[in-house]
Design a protein around this ligand. Structure first.
Ligand code: G6P
Length: 607
Protein backbone atom coordinates (compact mmCIF):
# COMPACT_ATOMS: atom_id res chain seq x y z
CA UNK A 1 0.00 0.00 0.00
CA UNK A 2 2.70 2.39 1.05
CA UNK A 3 5.98 2.32 -0.89
CA UNK A 4 9.45 1.90 0.57
CA UNK A 5 12.79 2.55 -1.07
CA UNK A 6 16.26 2.65 0.48
CA UNK A 7 19.89 2.76 -0.59
CA UNK A 8 23.34 2.45 0.97
CA UNK A 9 26.37 3.00 -1.20
CA UNK A 10 28.61 5.43 -2.89
CA UNK A 11 26.24 7.81 -4.67
CA UNK A 12 24.02 10.65 -3.46
CA UNK A 13 21.09 8.74 -1.94
CA UNK A 14 18.27 11.29 -2.23
CA UNK A 15 17.84 11.28 -6.05
CA UNK A 16 18.00 7.47 -6.12
CA UNK A 17 15.43 7.10 -3.37
CA UNK A 18 13.24 9.80 -4.89
CA UNK A 19 13.16 8.07 -8.29
CA UNK A 20 12.30 4.81 -6.53
CA UNK A 21 9.42 6.59 -4.80
CA UNK A 22 8.21 7.90 -8.17
CA UNK A 23 7.94 4.31 -9.33
CA UNK A 24 6.11 3.38 -6.15
CA UNK A 25 3.79 6.36 -6.05
CA UNK A 26 1.00 4.20 -7.47
CA UNK A 27 0.96 2.30 -4.17
CA UNK A 28 0.03 5.30 -2.06
CA UNK A 29 0.21 8.99 -2.64
CA UNK A 30 -1.05 11.13 0.22
CA UNK A 31 2.35 12.16 1.61
CA UNK A 32 6.00 11.27 1.23
CA UNK A 33 9.38 11.70 2.84
CA UNK A 34 13.08 10.84 2.77
CA UNK A 35 15.71 10.54 5.52
CA UNK A 36 19.48 10.35 5.02
CA UNK A 37 22.56 10.44 7.17
CA UNK A 38 24.30 13.81 6.89
CA UNK A 39 27.70 13.73 8.59
CA UNK A 40 26.36 10.87 10.67
CA UNK A 41 23.21 12.75 11.75
CA UNK A 42 19.67 11.65 10.81
CA UNK A 43 18.05 14.34 8.63
CA UNK A 44 14.47 14.12 7.34
CA UNK A 45 12.35 15.94 4.75
CA UNK A 46 8.63 15.21 4.63
CA UNK A 47 5.68 16.72 2.77
CA UNK A 48 1.92 16.17 2.61
CA UNK A 49 0.38 15.48 -0.81
CA UNK A 50 1.95 14.13 -3.97
CA UNK A 51 5.67 13.59 -4.50
CA UNK A 52 5.97 16.91 -6.32
CA UNK A 53 5.55 18.62 -2.95
CA UNK A 54 8.47 16.63 -1.56
CA UNK A 55 10.49 17.50 -4.68
CA UNK A 56 9.84 21.20 -4.06
CA UNK A 57 10.88 20.86 -0.42
CA UNK A 58 14.08 19.03 -1.37
CA UNK A 59 14.89 21.78 -3.83
CA UNK A 60 14.61 24.39 -1.09
CA UNK A 61 16.28 22.23 1.49
CA UNK A 62 18.54 19.57 -0.11
CA UNK A 63 19.40 16.34 1.63
CA UNK A 64 22.96 15.08 1.01
CA UNK A 65 24.33 11.72 2.18
CA UNK A 66 24.87 8.24 0.73
CA UNK A 67 22.63 6.30 3.13
CA UNK A 68 18.92 7.00 2.72
CA UNK A 69 15.38 5.68 3.03
CA UNK A 70 12.11 7.03 1.62
CA UNK A 71 8.39 6.39 1.70
CA UNK A 72 5.14 7.18 -0.07
CA UNK A 73 2.18 6.89 2.26
CA UNK A 74 -1.44 5.78 2.10
CA UNK A 75 -2.79 6.88 5.46
CA UNK A 76 -4.24 4.35 7.89
CA UNK A 77 -3.57 5.81 11.36
CA UNK A 78 -3.41 9.60 11.37
CA UNK A 79 -4.28 12.17 8.71
CA UNK A 80 -2.01 12.63 5.69
CA UNK A 81 -0.05 15.57 7.15
CA UNK A 82 3.69 16.29 6.93
CA UNK A 83 4.01 15.40 10.61
CA UNK A 84 2.43 11.96 10.10
CA UNK A 85 4.48 11.34 6.94
CA UNK A 86 7.38 8.88 7.12
CA UNK A 87 10.28 8.57 7.85
CA UNK A 88 9.59 8.65 11.55
CA UNK A 89 12.38 8.84 14.01
CA UNK A 90 14.57 10.48 16.56
CA UNK A 91 18.12 11.78 16.51
CA UNK A 92 19.26 8.15 16.73
CA UNK A 93 17.15 6.34 14.13
CA UNK A 94 14.80 6.85 11.17
CA UNK A 95 12.34 4.27 9.91
CA UNK A 96 9.84 3.83 7.08
CA UNK A 97 6.99 1.38 7.41
CA UNK A 98 4.37 -0.26 5.22
CA UNK A 99 1.50 -2.09 6.95
CA UNK A 100 -0.19 -1.84 10.33
CA UNK A 101 1.25 -2.44 13.78
CA UNK A 102 -1.73 -3.99 15.52
CA UNK A 103 -0.35 -3.77 19.07
CA UNK A 104 0.84 -0.18 18.69
CA UNK A 105 -1.40 1.14 21.49
CA UNK A 106 0.11 -1.26 24.04
CA UNK A 107 3.63 -0.47 22.86
CA UNK A 108 2.93 3.24 22.86
CA UNK A 109 1.73 3.16 26.45
CA UNK A 110 4.81 1.21 27.52
CA UNK A 111 7.15 3.56 25.70
CA UNK A 112 5.45 6.67 27.05
CA UNK A 113 5.78 5.23 30.55
CA UNK A 114 9.48 4.80 29.82
CA UNK A 115 9.73 8.48 28.89
CA UNK A 116 9.55 8.30 25.09
CA UNK A 117 7.73 11.26 23.52
CA UNK A 118 5.49 10.66 20.47
CA UNK A 119 5.05 13.38 17.87
CA UNK A 120 2.58 11.75 15.50
CA UNK A 121 -0.75 9.92 15.44
CA UNK A 122 0.69 6.97 13.52
CA UNK A 123 1.18 3.37 14.50
CA UNK A 124 4.51 3.47 12.64
CA UNK A 125 6.19 5.90 15.02
CA UNK A 126 5.99 3.16 17.63
CA UNK A 127 8.60 1.17 15.70
CA UNK A 128 10.97 4.15 15.64
CA UNK A 129 10.60 4.86 19.34
CA UNK A 130 10.90 1.21 20.27
CA UNK A 131 14.17 0.86 18.35
CA UNK A 132 15.29 4.21 19.78
CA UNK A 133 14.54 2.99 23.29
CA UNK A 134 16.83 -0.03 22.83
CA UNK A 135 19.54 2.16 21.30
CA UNK A 136 19.34 4.39 24.37
CA UNK A 137 19.87 1.27 26.48
CA UNK A 138 23.22 0.86 24.72
CA UNK A 139 22.32 -1.85 22.18
CA UNK A 140 23.97 -1.82 18.75
CA UNK A 141 21.59 -1.16 15.79
CA UNK A 142 21.16 -4.82 14.81
CA UNK A 143 20.32 -5.95 18.34
CA UNK A 144 18.06 -2.94 18.92
CA UNK A 145 16.20 -3.67 15.67
CA UNK A 146 15.78 -7.39 16.39
CA UNK A 147 14.62 -6.67 19.92
CA UNK A 148 11.98 -4.29 18.54
CA UNK A 149 10.91 -6.60 15.73
CA UNK A 150 10.18 -9.39 18.18
CA UNK A 151 7.59 -7.16 19.85
CA UNK A 152 5.71 -6.12 16.72
CA UNK A 153 2.34 -7.65 15.82
CA UNK A 154 0.57 -7.11 12.53
CA UNK A 155 1.73 -6.85 8.95
CA UNK A 156 4.76 -4.78 8.14
CA UNK A 157 7.74 -4.07 5.97
CA UNK A 158 10.26 -1.66 7.49
CA UNK A 159 13.57 -0.05 6.61
CA UNK A 160 15.77 1.71 9.16
CA UNK A 161 18.94 3.81 9.23
CA UNK A 162 20.95 4.79 12.29
CA UNK A 163 22.82 7.93 13.32
CA UNK A 164 26.58 7.44 13.29
CA UNK A 165 26.31 4.30 11.11
CA UNK A 166 26.96 5.41 7.53
CA UNK A 167 26.46 2.56 5.08
CA UNK A 168 24.11 0.58 7.31
CA UNK A 169 20.44 -0.12 6.60
CA UNK A 170 18.25 -2.73 8.27
CA UNK A 171 15.11 -4.12 6.67
CA UNK A 172 12.48 -6.51 7.96
CA UNK A 173 9.12 -7.83 6.92
CA UNK A 174 6.19 -9.86 8.08
CA UNK A 175 3.17 -10.39 5.80
CA UNK A 176 4.21 -7.46 3.60
CA UNK A 177 6.65 -7.56 0.71
CA UNK A 178 10.21 -6.26 0.73
CA UNK A 179 12.97 -6.90 -1.80
CA UNK A 180 16.74 -6.43 -1.53
CA UNK A 181 18.53 -5.20 -4.66
CA UNK A 182 22.21 -6.00 -5.19
CA UNK A 183 24.30 -3.34 -6.99
CA UNK A 184 28.02 -2.72 -7.40
CA UNK A 185 29.23 -1.39 -4.07
CA UNK A 186 25.70 -0.28 -3.33
CA UNK A 187 22.59 -2.06 -2.13
CA UNK A 188 18.91 -1.25 -2.21
CA UNK A 189 15.65 -2.05 -0.47
CA UNK A 190 12.29 -1.70 -2.16
CA UNK A 191 8.64 -2.62 -1.65
CA UNK A 192 8.69 -4.34 -5.00
CA UNK A 193 11.00 -4.95 -7.91
CA UNK A 194 9.40 -2.04 -9.80
CA UNK A 195 11.07 0.38 -7.40
CA UNK A 196 14.41 -1.23 -8.06
CA UNK A 197 14.03 -1.86 -11.81
CA UNK A 198 16.38 0.89 -13.02
CA UNK A 199 18.91 0.22 -10.26
CA UNK A 200 19.57 -3.50 -10.53
CA UNK A 201 18.17 -6.72 -11.91
CA UNK A 202 19.67 -8.80 -9.07
CA UNK A 203 17.03 -9.14 -6.40
CA UNK A 204 16.38 -11.28 -3.33
CA UNK A 205 12.79 -11.42 -2.10
CA UNK A 206 12.47 -11.45 1.66
CA UNK A 207 10.13 -13.90 3.36
CA UNK A 208 7.84 -13.51 6.35
CA UNK A 209 9.84 -13.02 9.52
CA UNK A 210 13.06 -12.05 7.73
CA UNK A 211 15.41 -9.31 8.84
CA UNK A 212 18.29 -8.13 6.66
CA UNK A 213 21.37 -6.14 7.64
CA UNK A 214 22.64 -4.29 4.61
CA UNK A 215 25.95 -2.56 3.89
CA UNK A 216 27.19 -1.36 0.47
CA UNK A 217 28.83 -4.72 -0.12
CA UNK A 218 26.69 -7.21 1.77
CA UNK A 219 23.26 -8.37 2.83
CA UNK A 220 23.02 -10.62 5.84
CA UNK A 221 19.63 -12.33 6.19
CA UNK A 222 18.38 -13.64 9.51
CA UNK A 223 15.20 -14.37 11.42
CA UNK A 224 14.06 -12.11 14.26
CA UNK A 225 16.13 -14.20 16.69
CA UNK A 226 19.22 -13.37 14.69
CA UNK A 227 19.68 -16.89 13.28
CA UNK A 228 20.98 -16.76 9.68
CA UNK A 229 18.67 -17.67 6.79
CA UNK A 230 19.54 -18.13 3.09
CA UNK A 231 17.78 -16.06 0.46
CA UNK A 232 18.70 -16.53 -3.17
CA UNK A 233 19.41 -13.74 -5.63
CA UNK A 234 17.18 -13.88 -8.68
CA UNK A 235 17.43 -12.03 -11.96
CA UNK A 236 14.26 -10.02 -12.57
CA UNK A 237 12.95 -9.71 -16.08
CA UNK A 238 11.72 -6.17 -15.46
CA UNK A 239 13.45 -3.56 -17.54
CA UNK A 240 13.46 0.07 -16.51
CA UNK A 241 11.88 1.04 -19.82
CA UNK A 242 8.88 -1.27 -19.39
CA UNK A 243 7.34 1.10 -16.89
CA UNK A 244 7.06 4.35 -18.84
CA UNK A 245 3.87 5.85 -20.30
CA UNK A 246 5.12 5.32 -23.88
CA UNK A 247 3.53 8.54 -25.12
CA UNK A 248 0.06 7.85 -23.71
CA UNK A 249 -1.60 10.50 -21.57
CA UNK A 250 -1.98 8.19 -18.60
CA UNK A 251 -0.80 4.75 -17.52
CA UNK A 252 -4.44 3.71 -17.66
CA UNK A 253 -4.67 4.62 -21.34
CA UNK A 254 -1.46 2.74 -22.06
CA UNK A 255 -2.65 -0.28 -20.11
CA UNK A 256 -6.03 -0.28 -21.87
CA UNK A 257 -4.17 -0.45 -25.16
CA UNK A 258 -2.22 -3.44 -23.86
CA UNK A 259 -5.35 -5.62 -23.60
CA UNK A 260 -4.72 -7.46 -26.90
CA UNK A 261 -1.07 -8.01 -25.99
CA UNK A 262 -1.65 -9.39 -22.51
CA UNK A 263 -4.47 -11.67 -23.61
CA UNK A 264 -2.11 -13.03 -26.27
CA UNK A 265 0.84 -13.39 -23.88
CA UNK A 266 -1.29 -15.15 -21.29
CA UNK A 267 -2.68 -17.54 -23.90
CA UNK A 268 0.84 -18.32 -25.08
CA UNK A 269 1.53 -19.69 -21.62
CA UNK A 270 -1.58 -21.84 -21.42
CA UNK A 271 -2.55 -22.93 -24.89
CA UNK A 272 -0.89 -25.11 -27.51
CA UNK A 273 -2.00 -23.46 -30.74
CA UNK A 274 -1.09 -26.50 -32.87
CA UNK A 275 -3.31 -28.98 -31.04
CA UNK A 276 -5.73 -26.28 -29.84
CA UNK A 277 -5.55 -27.66 -26.34
CA UNK A 278 -5.14 -25.95 -22.99
CA UNK A 279 -1.96 -26.92 -21.14
CA UNK A 280 -2.00 -25.82 -17.51
CA UNK A 281 1.04 -25.85 -15.23
CA UNK A 282 1.33 -29.12 -13.38
CA UNK A 283 -1.27 -29.24 -10.60
CA UNK A 284 -0.61 -30.96 -7.28
CA UNK A 285 -4.22 -32.21 -7.29
CA UNK A 286 -6.59 -33.77 -9.80
CA UNK A 287 -9.14 -31.44 -11.38
CA UNK A 288 -11.38 -34.44 -12.03
CA UNK A 289 -11.63 -35.06 -8.29
CA UNK A 290 -12.42 -31.60 -6.91
CA UNK A 291 -16.03 -31.58 -5.70
CA UNK A 292 -16.51 -27.79 -5.75
CA UNK A 293 -14.67 -24.56 -6.33
CA UNK A 294 -14.48 -21.60 -3.93
CA UNK A 295 -13.57 -18.32 -5.58
CA UNK A 296 -12.54 -15.23 -3.65
CA UNK A 297 -10.92 -11.88 -4.47
CA UNK A 298 -11.35 -8.11 -4.04
CA UNK A 299 -12.29 -5.27 -6.36
CA UNK A 300 -12.07 -5.94 -10.07
CA UNK A 301 -10.47 -9.32 -9.46
CA UNK A 302 -13.71 -10.35 -7.75
CA UNK A 303 -15.71 -9.51 -10.86
CA UNK A 304 -13.28 -11.62 -12.90
CA UNK A 305 -14.06 -14.40 -10.42
CA UNK A 306 -17.80 -13.94 -10.97
CA UNK A 307 -17.33 -14.45 -14.69
CA UNK A 308 -15.19 -17.49 -13.85
CA UNK A 309 -18.11 -18.86 -11.89
CA UNK A 310 -20.48 -18.57 -14.87
CA UNK A 311 -17.94 -20.46 -16.98
CA UNK A 312 -17.01 -23.18 -14.47
CA UNK A 313 -20.64 -23.91 -13.69
CA UNK A 314 -21.92 -23.81 -17.24
CA UNK A 315 -19.06 -25.43 -19.13
CA UNK A 316 -17.30 -27.61 -16.52
CA UNK A 317 -20.50 -28.30 -14.52
CA UNK A 318 -18.52 -27.63 -11.33
CA UNK A 319 -20.46 -26.07 -8.43
CA UNK A 320 -18.90 -22.78 -7.35
CA UNK A 321 -19.10 -20.69 -4.17
CA UNK A 322 -17.94 -17.12 -4.50
CA UNK A 323 -17.58 -14.20 -2.13
CA UNK A 324 -15.45 -11.09 -1.72
CA UNK A 325 -12.40 -11.93 0.38
CA UNK A 326 -13.26 -9.52 3.22
CA UNK A 327 -16.46 -11.52 3.78
CA UNK A 328 -15.12 -14.96 2.94
CA UNK A 329 -12.38 -14.73 5.55
CA UNK A 330 -14.83 -14.20 8.42
CA UNK A 331 -17.88 -16.05 7.10
CA UNK A 332 -16.59 -19.48 8.06
CA UNK A 333 -18.63 -21.27 5.39
CA UNK A 334 -18.87 -25.07 5.53
CA UNK A 335 -16.50 -26.23 2.81
CA UNK A 336 -15.67 -29.66 1.52
CA UNK A 337 -12.02 -30.64 2.00
CA UNK A 338 -10.31 -31.23 -1.32
CA UNK A 339 -12.29 -28.46 -3.05
CA UNK A 340 -10.52 -26.06 -5.37
CA UNK A 341 -9.82 -22.64 -3.83
CA UNK A 342 -9.34 -20.01 -6.51
CA UNK A 343 -7.75 -16.77 -5.31
CA UNK A 344 -7.53 -13.96 -7.82
CA UNK A 345 -5.27 -10.96 -7.36
CA UNK A 346 -3.20 -8.72 -9.56
CA UNK A 347 -0.74 -7.82 -6.80
CA UNK A 348 -0.77 -11.05 -4.82
CA UNK A 349 -0.58 -8.88 -1.69
CA UNK A 350 -4.16 -7.76 -1.00
CA UNK A 351 -4.57 -8.31 2.73
CA UNK A 352 -8.12 -9.69 2.66
CA UNK A 353 -7.42 -12.07 -0.23
CA UNK A 354 -4.28 -13.30 1.51
CA UNK A 355 -6.20 -13.86 4.75
CA UNK A 356 -8.93 -15.70 2.83
CA UNK A 357 -6.23 -17.88 1.25
CA UNK A 358 -4.94 -18.78 4.70
CA UNK A 359 -8.42 -19.54 6.02
CA UNK A 360 -9.11 -21.81 3.02
CA UNK A 361 -5.83 -23.60 3.61
CA UNK A 362 -6.90 -24.36 7.18
CA UNK A 363 -9.94 -26.12 5.70
CA UNK A 364 -7.80 -28.39 3.51
CA UNK A 365 -8.76 -26.64 0.29
CA UNK A 366 -6.34 -26.86 -2.68
CA UNK A 367 -5.06 -23.35 -3.32
CA UNK A 368 -4.72 -22.22 -6.94
CA UNK A 369 -4.05 -18.50 -7.33
CA UNK A 370 -4.47 -16.37 -10.42
CA UNK A 371 -1.74 -13.76 -9.91
CA UNK A 372 0.08 -11.16 -11.90
CA UNK A 373 2.99 -10.45 -9.57
CA UNK A 374 5.16 -13.54 -9.67
CA UNK A 375 7.10 -13.03 -6.43
CA UNK A 376 4.19 -12.07 -4.22
CA UNK A 377 3.20 -13.39 -0.82
CA UNK A 378 0.18 -15.21 -2.27
CA UNK A 379 2.41 -16.84 -4.89
CA UNK A 380 4.57 -18.25 -2.11
CA UNK A 381 1.58 -19.57 -0.17
CA UNK A 382 -0.30 -21.21 -3.04
CA UNK A 383 -0.22 -24.83 -4.15
CA UNK A 384 -0.11 -23.64 -7.72
CA UNK A 385 0.08 -20.24 -9.40
CA UNK A 386 -1.80 -19.68 -12.63
CA UNK A 387 0.10 -16.63 -13.80
CA UNK A 388 -1.36 -13.79 -15.79
CA UNK A 389 1.20 -12.27 -18.13
CA UNK A 390 0.00 -8.68 -17.93
CA UNK A 391 3.33 -7.04 -17.02
CA UNK A 392 3.50 -4.22 -14.46
CA UNK A 393 0.14 -2.50 -13.96
CA UNK A 394 0.73 1.01 -12.64
CA UNK A 395 -2.65 2.70 -12.92
CA UNK A 396 -4.49 2.21 -9.64
CA UNK A 397 -7.66 1.12 -11.43
CA UNK A 398 -7.01 -2.36 -12.81
CA UNK A 399 -7.57 -2.85 -16.55
CA UNK A 400 -5.30 -5.21 -18.45
CA UNK A 401 -4.79 -7.47 -15.42
CA UNK A 402 -8.57 -8.06 -15.47
CA UNK A 403 -8.69 -9.43 -19.02
CA UNK A 404 -5.55 -11.45 -18.32
CA UNK A 405 -7.29 -12.94 -15.25
CA UNK A 406 -10.31 -13.79 -17.41
CA UNK A 407 -8.03 -15.43 -19.97
CA UNK A 408 -6.54 -17.67 -17.27
CA UNK A 409 -9.98 -18.49 -15.86
CA UNK A 410 -11.21 -19.38 -19.35
CA UNK A 411 -8.28 -21.78 -19.79
CA UNK A 412 -8.86 -23.25 -16.35
CA UNK A 413 -12.53 -23.76 -17.22
CA UNK A 414 -11.59 -25.70 -20.36
CA UNK A 415 -9.06 -27.85 -18.48
CA UNK A 416 -11.58 -28.54 -15.70
CA UNK A 417 -14.36 -29.38 -18.15
CA UNK A 418 -12.05 -31.76 -19.99
CA UNK A 419 -10.91 -33.43 -16.75
CA UNK A 420 -14.53 -33.86 -15.65
CA UNK A 421 -15.51 -35.37 -18.97
CA UNK A 422 -17.74 -32.44 -19.93
CA UNK A 423 -15.82 -31.38 -23.04
CA UNK A 424 -14.72 -33.54 -25.96
CA UNK A 425 -11.68 -32.78 -28.10
CA UNK A 426 -13.70 -31.07 -30.81
CA UNK A 427 -15.52 -28.83 -28.34
CA UNK A 428 -12.22 -27.94 -26.68
CA UNK A 429 -10.70 -27.03 -30.04
CA UNK A 430 -13.70 -24.83 -30.71
CA UNK A 431 -13.37 -22.91 -27.43
CA UNK A 432 -9.60 -22.61 -27.75
CA UNK A 433 -10.01 -21.23 -31.28
CA UNK A 434 -12.34 -18.58 -29.87
CA UNK A 435 -9.68 -17.65 -27.32
CA UNK A 436 -6.90 -17.54 -29.91
CA UNK A 437 -9.03 -15.22 -32.03
CA UNK A 438 -9.39 -12.76 -29.13
CA UNK A 439 -6.20 -10.66 -29.38
CA UNK A 440 -7.09 -9.56 -32.93
CA UNK A 441 -10.72 -8.91 -32.03
CA UNK A 442 -9.60 -6.96 -28.94
CA UNK A 443 -7.38 -4.77 -31.11
CA UNK A 444 -10.45 -3.90 -33.21
CA UNK A 445 -12.21 -2.45 -30.15
CA UNK A 446 -9.98 0.61 -30.41
CA UNK A 447 -11.63 1.46 -33.75
CA UNK A 448 -14.62 2.39 -31.58
CA UNK A 449 -12.79 5.05 -29.57
CA UNK A 450 -14.79 7.92 -31.13
CA UNK A 451 -18.11 6.23 -30.36
CA UNK A 452 -16.98 5.63 -26.78
CA UNK A 453 -15.93 9.28 -26.46
CA UNK A 454 -19.38 10.32 -27.66
CA UNK A 455 -20.94 8.17 -24.93
CA UNK A 456 -18.59 9.73 -22.41
CA UNK A 457 -20.04 13.17 -23.25
CA UNK A 458 -23.42 11.95 -21.95
CA UNK A 459 -22.08 10.13 -18.90
CA UNK A 460 -19.90 13.02 -17.74
CA UNK A 461 -23.02 15.16 -17.21
CA UNK A 462 -24.68 12.56 -14.95
CA UNK A 463 -24.69 12.33 -11.19
CA UNK A 464 -25.82 8.69 -11.21
CA UNK A 465 -25.43 6.01 -13.84
CA UNK A 466 -27.06 2.59 -14.01
CA UNK A 467 -25.12 -0.32 -15.57
CA UNK A 468 -27.03 -3.38 -16.75
CA UNK A 469 -26.08 -6.84 -18.01
CA UNK A 470 -27.36 -10.42 -17.84
CA UNK A 471 -25.47 -13.67 -17.31
CA UNK A 472 -21.72 -13.25 -17.68
CA UNK A 473 -22.38 -9.66 -18.79
CA UNK A 474 -23.63 -8.81 -15.29
CA UNK A 475 -20.10 -8.86 -13.80
CA UNK A 476 -18.95 -6.87 -16.85
CA UNK A 477 -21.55 -4.24 -15.89
CA UNK A 478 -20.24 -4.35 -12.31
CA UNK A 479 -16.71 -3.79 -13.55
CA UNK A 480 -17.89 -0.84 -15.65
CA UNK A 481 -19.70 0.75 -12.70
CA UNK A 482 -16.73 0.25 -10.38
CA UNK A 483 -14.32 1.81 -12.86
CA UNK A 484 -16.58 4.83 -13.33
CA UNK A 485 -16.87 5.36 -9.56
CA UNK A 486 -13.16 4.85 -8.95
CA UNK A 487 -11.75 7.29 -11.43
CA UNK A 488 -14.47 9.81 -12.27
CA UNK A 489 -16.22 9.94 -8.85
CA UNK A 490 -19.64 9.59 -10.52
CA UNK A 491 -21.98 7.32 -8.63
CA UNK A 492 -22.74 4.19 -10.62
CA UNK A 493 -24.62 1.06 -9.77
CA UNK A 494 -24.66 -2.23 -11.63
CA UNK A 495 -27.71 -4.45 -11.72
CA UNK A 496 -28.52 -7.78 -13.26
CA UNK A 497 -30.79 -6.50 -16.04
CA UNK A 498 -33.67 -8.71 -14.90
CA UNK A 499 -33.52 -7.21 -11.40
CA UNK A 500 -33.94 -3.65 -12.63
CA UNK A 501 -37.69 -3.75 -12.23
CA UNK A 502 -37.28 -4.66 -8.56
CA UNK A 503 -35.90 -1.32 -7.53
CA UNK A 504 -33.63 0.78 -9.72
CA UNK A 505 -36.38 1.28 -12.30
CA UNK A 506 -37.74 3.92 -9.94
CA UNK A 507 -34.55 5.97 -10.48
CA UNK A 508 -34.85 6.09 -14.23
CA UNK A 509 -35.38 9.43 -15.92
CA UNK A 510 -33.50 11.56 -18.45
CA UNK A 511 -30.79 12.38 -15.90
CA UNK A 512 -29.75 8.78 -15.13
CA UNK A 513 -28.12 7.24 -18.21
CA UNK A 514 -28.27 3.47 -18.58
CA UNK A 515 -25.14 1.76 -19.81
CA UNK A 516 -25.89 -1.78 -20.99
CA UNK A 517 -23.69 -4.56 -22.27
CA UNK A 518 -25.74 -6.61 -24.71
CA UNK A 519 -23.90 -8.85 -27.18
CA UNK A 520 -26.03 -11.14 -29.34
CA UNK A 521 -26.15 -14.22 -27.13
CA UNK A 522 -28.93 -16.43 -25.74
CA UNK A 523 -29.96 -13.65 -23.33
CA UNK A 524 -30.00 -10.93 -25.99
CA UNK A 525 -33.80 -10.73 -26.36
CA UNK A 526 -34.39 -10.79 -22.60
CA UNK A 527 -31.94 -7.96 -22.00
CA UNK A 528 -33.39 -5.98 -24.88
CA UNK A 529 -36.82 -6.25 -23.24
CA UNK A 530 -35.39 -4.81 -20.05
CA UNK A 531 -33.91 -1.95 -22.03
CA UNK A 532 -37.30 -1.33 -23.65
CA UNK A 533 -38.80 -1.05 -20.16
CA UNK A 534 -36.18 1.52 -19.24
CA UNK A 535 -36.69 3.46 -22.46
CA UNK A 536 -40.44 3.54 -21.92
CA UNK A 537 -39.71 5.46 -18.70
CA UNK A 538 -37.56 8.05 -20.38
CA UNK A 539 -34.21 6.28 -19.88
CA UNK A 540 -31.31 7.23 -22.16
CA UNK A 541 -29.76 4.02 -23.41
CA UNK A 542 -26.01 3.77 -24.09
CA UNK A 543 -25.44 0.26 -25.34
CA UNK A 544 -22.41 -1.94 -26.07
CA UNK A 545 -23.32 -4.66 -28.53
CA UNK A 546 -21.75 -6.59 -31.43
CA UNK A 547 -22.17 -6.62 -35.20
CA UNK A 548 -24.94 -9.24 -34.99
CA UNK A 549 -26.92 -7.30 -32.40
CA UNK A 550 -26.36 -3.82 -33.85
CA UNK A 551 -29.50 -3.56 -35.97
CA UNK A 552 -31.89 -4.42 -33.14
CA UNK A 553 -30.04 -2.27 -30.63
CA UNK A 554 -29.91 0.75 -32.94
CA UNK A 555 -33.72 0.85 -32.92
CA UNK A 556 -33.80 1.71 -29.21
CA UNK A 557 -30.39 3.02 -28.16
CA UNK A 558 -29.52 6.70 -28.07
CA UNK A 559 -25.89 5.70 -28.64
CA UNK A 560 -24.20 2.41 -29.25
CA UNK A 561 -20.75 0.93 -29.59
CA UNK A 562 -20.51 -2.02 -31.95
CA UNK A 563 -17.85 -4.64 -31.25
CA UNK A 564 -16.81 -7.57 -33.43
CA UNK A 565 -19.03 -10.62 -32.98
CA UNK A 566 -17.18 -13.35 -31.08
CA UNK A 567 -18.03 -16.72 -29.51
CA UNK A 568 -20.34 -16.31 -26.46
CA UNK A 569 -17.68 -17.91 -24.27
CA UNK A 570 -15.13 -15.13 -24.80
CA UNK A 571 -17.61 -12.24 -25.19
CA UNK A 572 -17.22 -11.03 -21.56
CA UNK A 573 -13.48 -10.59 -22.11
CA UNK A 574 -14.07 -8.48 -25.21
CA UNK A 575 -16.98 -6.50 -23.75
CA UNK A 576 -14.94 -5.49 -20.71
CA UNK A 577 -12.55 -3.42 -22.79
CA UNK A 578 -15.01 -0.72 -23.95
CA UNK A 579 -16.68 -0.36 -20.53
CA UNK A 580 -13.27 0.34 -19.02
CA UNK A 581 -12.51 2.74 -21.88
CA UNK A 582 -15.76 4.57 -21.23
CA UNK A 583 -14.79 5.15 -17.58
CA UNK A 584 -11.38 6.38 -18.73
CA UNK A 585 -12.82 8.86 -21.25
CA UNK A 586 -15.28 10.22 -18.68
CA UNK A 587 -12.48 10.72 -16.16
CA UNK A 588 -10.41 12.54 -18.79
CA UNK A 589 -13.37 14.82 -19.54
CA UNK A 590 -13.82 15.48 -15.84
CA UNK A 591 -10.11 16.16 -15.44
CA UNK A 592 -9.66 13.86 -12.45
CA UNK A 593 -6.37 12.28 -11.46
CA UNK A 594 -6.93 9.20 -13.61
CA UNK A 595 -3.96 7.08 -12.55
CA UNK A 596 -4.08 7.98 -8.87
CA UNK A 597 -7.68 8.63 -7.92
CA UNK A 598 -8.38 10.08 -4.51
CA UNK A 599 -8.38 7.79 -1.48
CA UNK A 600 -7.54 4.65 -3.44
CA UNK A 601 -4.40 2.53 -3.49
CA UNK A 602 -3.15 -0.05 -5.94
CA UNK A 603 -2.33 -2.78 -3.57
CA UNK A 604 -4.45 -2.80 -0.43
CA UNK A 605 -2.26 -4.44 2.16
CA UNK A 606 -4.44 -3.51 5.12
CA UNK A 607 -7.77 -5.02 6.14
C1 G6P B 1 -7.60 -2.09 -5.30
C2 G6P B 1 -7.42 -1.61 -6.72
C3 G6P B 1 -8.33 -2.40 -7.66
C4 G6P B 1 -8.06 -3.90 -7.51
C5 G6P B 1 -8.22 -4.35 -6.06
C6 G6P B 1 -7.75 -5.77 -5.84
O1 G6P B 1 -8.85 -1.75 -4.83
O2 G6P B 1 -7.73 -0.23 -6.81
O3 G6P B 1 -8.09 -2.01 -9.00
O4 G6P B 1 -8.96 -4.59 -8.33
O5 G6P B 1 -7.42 -3.52 -5.21
O6 G6P B 1 -6.35 -5.83 -6.01
P1 G6P B 1 -5.57 -7.14 -6.37
O7 G6P B 1 -4.13 -6.71 -6.44
O8 G6P B 1 -5.82 -8.12 -5.27
O9 G6P B 1 -6.08 -7.63 -7.68
Amino acid sequence: MCGICGVVGRRHATPIVFEGLRRLEYRGYDSAGIATLVDGRVERRRAAGKLDNLAALLKKSPLPGTTGIGHTRWATHGAPTACNAHPHGTERVAIVHNGIIENFETLRRELEAAGQVFETETDSETIALLVDYHLQQGLEPKEAALRALRRLEGAYAVAMIFAGHEGLMIGACHSAPLAVGFGDDEMFLGSDSLALAPLTRRIAYMEDGDCVVITPKSAEFMNFDGAPVERTIQLTALAAGSIGKDGYRHYMEKELHEHPLVIGQTLQRMVDPASRRVILPELPFDLAEVPRAVITACGSAFFAGMIGRYWLEEIARLPVDIDVASEMRYRNPPLTAGSLGLLISQSGETADTLAALRSLREKAIHIASVLNVEHSTMARESDVVLGTVAGPEISVASTKAFTAQLTVLACLTIATARARGKLDTLAEEHLVSALLDLPSRAAEVFNQTDAIRAMAQVVVEARDVLYLGRGSMFPVAMEGALKLKEISYIHAEAYAAGEMKHGPISLIDRTVPIVATVPSNALFEKTLSNLQEAKARGGRLLVFTDTKGAERVSAIAEQMVVLPHVHDFVAPILQTIPVQMLAYEVAVLKGTDVDQPRNLAKSVTVE
